[in-house]
Design a protein around this ligand. Structure first.
Ligand SMILES: [Zn+2]
Length: 218
């Protein structure tokens, strides 16, 4: 089979592979439990199918053999950006990939302190019911996402129903704040992950953790 590596156009690829994805219903992000606001994540990513087919014709069966069932799962904008083109082996592996963007960055000694400071405003907010928004502070969002993602990963919470009251309320308010202005979610992801743009870490978009290099070698 002659394979031609076609240029990637997300919209064309989504259209091309739309028939292989099965939609999963739900109104909360399957990774973190935030409202998904009608957004979905392609699992595996459309980019992975594009790389796999490499411009050639592939059958649904070949795709299923390589990736298993392809699903469109409820997913919030932040988790969607955190995953990028990452495939992962299961839901907790994908949660780890997302959480890695928000955990303390060892390259910057002060980053751990900044993250610890993120929990402070949350405690004060729920104790004294301050009226000003705490959610513009990126460390607050990081603390909320880390609490939900690692709590689920480590089985502290078996499901979203086990979330403590403060986390449920903080997710609800963070979601409201993120959607109160256009494109705020995308920008806030970059600030939470301490990125100017995705362009600074091209590997995160094109070949996260070398997964496609491994696939190409097989
Ligand atoms: Zn999410």
């Amino acid at each position: 089979m002659v394979r031609i590596q076609g240029k990637y156009n997300r919209r064309d690829a989504e259209q091309r592979f739309s028939c292989v994805y099965e939609a999963v219903s739900g109104d909360r992000c399957i990774y973190c439990g935030m409202p998904n606001n009608g957004k979905f994540d392609h699992q595996p990513p459309v980019y992975a199918l594009h790389r796999f087919s490499a411009g050639a014709l592939v059958t649904k069966r070949q795709i299923r053999e390589q990736f298993g069932t392809c699903q469109l799962v409820p997913c919030c904008t932040i988790c969607n950006m955190g995953l990028g083109a990452y495939i992962g082996c299961d839901i907790n592996d994908r949660r780890r990939e997302i959480a890695d963007w928000f955990l303390p960055d060892n390259r910057y000694p002060g980053d751990k302190l900044i993250l610890v400071m993120g929990y402070g405003p949350i405690k004060l907010h729920f104790k004294y019911r301050q009226t000003q928004s705490i959610y513009s502070f990126p460390a607050v969002g990081r603390a909320i996402y880390i609490s939900a993602l690692t709590g689920l990963m480590k089985d502290r919470y078996k499901s979203f129903d086990d979330f403590p009251d403060w986390l449920i309320e903080a997710q609800r308010e963070l979601n409201q704040w993120l959607h109160a202005a256009p494109k705020r979610s995308g920008q806030h992801f970059l600030e939470m992950a301490r990125l100017e743009s995705y362009r600074l870490v091209p590997s995160a978009r094109s070949d996260p953790r070398g997964q496609f290099s491994n696939m190409d070698a097989n």
